[in-house]
Each structure stands twice: as C-alpha cells, then as structure tokens.
Design a protein around this ligand. Sequence first.
Ligand code: ADP
Ligand code: MG
Length: 241
Amino acid sequence: MSGHVEDYEVLNVIGTGSFGTCYKVRKKSNGRLYVWKAIGYGGMSEEKKQLLVSEVNLLSGLQHPNIVQYFDRIIHKETATLYIVMEWCKGRDLATLINKCKKSSSFLDEGFIWRVLYQMCRALQECHWKVPNVTILHRDIKPANVFLDEAGNVKLGDFGLARILDNDASFAHTLVGTPYYMSPEVIKGGKYNKKSDIWSLGCLIYELCSLSPPFTGPNIKHLSVRIEEGKNHRQNVTLAG
Ligand code: ADP
Ligand code: MG
C-alpha cells in the first residue's frame, strides 16, 4: 500500500528525533488518528533509498499487540520526503515516565516493570523469530521508543530503521543523545545481533527499576570503557561475572 500526502490532514508536531520529525495526522477517509514520521531522503544514495523502502515493507509485515503498527508509506518526490504512517500511541513513552518519577522522587511499581519486561520479550520474540530466516532487529531500544497504550500495555516502536538511517553506525558516529544501552560487542565493533537487542532490554529494565541507566559516563569514551568492563559507575562493582 502506498498512499498520498493529500490523504491525510496534519494536526501537529509531536517531536523531532534523530532521523526525522513525528506529526499527528488524521486520515481523511476514515477520520482516524495516526502518527507519521517524515524522513528526508534527499541526501541518500540510491542504494540506501532502496534499502529504506525494503525495510519499511518488512516492517509493515510485523503485526503484534506489543509492536507499534505500521500502516502506510508515502513517498513525496517534490520534497524528497518519506512518510511512514503508523499507529498513534496515545499513552506516554517510558522516557517521559522515567522523568516524571525522577522529578517526584518516586519509583515505578514492581508489577508494572515485570509487565514491561514480559511484553518487551514478546515483542522481540516476534521480530527476532517470526519470519523464518529473517531476523528483524530493533537496534534502538530505549525508553523514548517504548510506548504505553491506554490500558498500560507496551508498544515497541521505531523498528529496524536505525540500521539504515544510521548507516555506518560505528560508535564514534553517534546519534543524538548518548548510547547508554549499547552492548559491549557493538562497542568493540562487532556485528549487531539479537543479543544486542536483549542487552538493551536489560538496560531498559535496570533503568525502570533504578531511574538511571546501568552504565553512565561523562562522555562516550568513559561510557564505553564502563560497559566493556561491566563496571557500575556508582559503586564501582562488577556486574558481569
Ligand atoms: P526519538 O525516538 O529519537 O526521540 P522519534 O522521531 O522516534 O524520536 O520521535 C519523536 C517524538 O514522537 C517522540 O517524542 C516520540 O515519543 C513521539 N512518537 C514517535 N512515534 C510515536 C507514535 N507512534 N505514537 C506517539 N508518539 C510517537
Ligand atoms: Mg523514536
């Protein structure tokens, strides 16, 4: 399916991330609300554009209650923009929730954190194992990419795109923000794999419990040393082994 920009009414900007800006939009034909992410592809090579389109096609095949549903993609040639239309997650994202807790000096309910862990495992199981011989990796698990619906269920968003959009995503070439959840093998220049997603999930759960990431540092260099050594910055205790 590939729609047209005219099919939608743009309501407001939700926020801007590393790769594009998210808008709340309404589909004219059914009145439903969606989010679209506008990604400029003007500077991309032909090869990368193809990869982006094929990845978005792959994502549209992912259907799971714990994964943000993709609906449509629109290619607007005039402005060299790709719009990815997806489910609008009304609830907050986990980054907002963590900040709220920090401000009010309160912790999250343990039962809630267990539920996030369980539902995130279900989401990752779906993309890692669903299609035979195809592994969809998330590659950017972080609080800002995990949403909650009205019932408090988890929806994992922003699948796979990080791979293409951050092409030579070596550690030095880092996105906006600090990669607190980056796994040791990725820091060492190894291949991103299923386990790297699981590592990030572990970091996410840690942060939900303690309201700060398991590894921090004043800069990326320090952070990567701490991750590689498995050292907790605060107590300087060894987490691994
Ligand atoms: P990032 O994840 O790097 O913060 P994004 O471009 O993915 O940046 O998202 C920008 C903003 O839009 C964020 O505040 C995010 O919470 C919000 N957002 C992204 N996708 C959705 C969605 N499907 N439903 C509701 N809000 C969303
Ligand atoms: Mg995001």
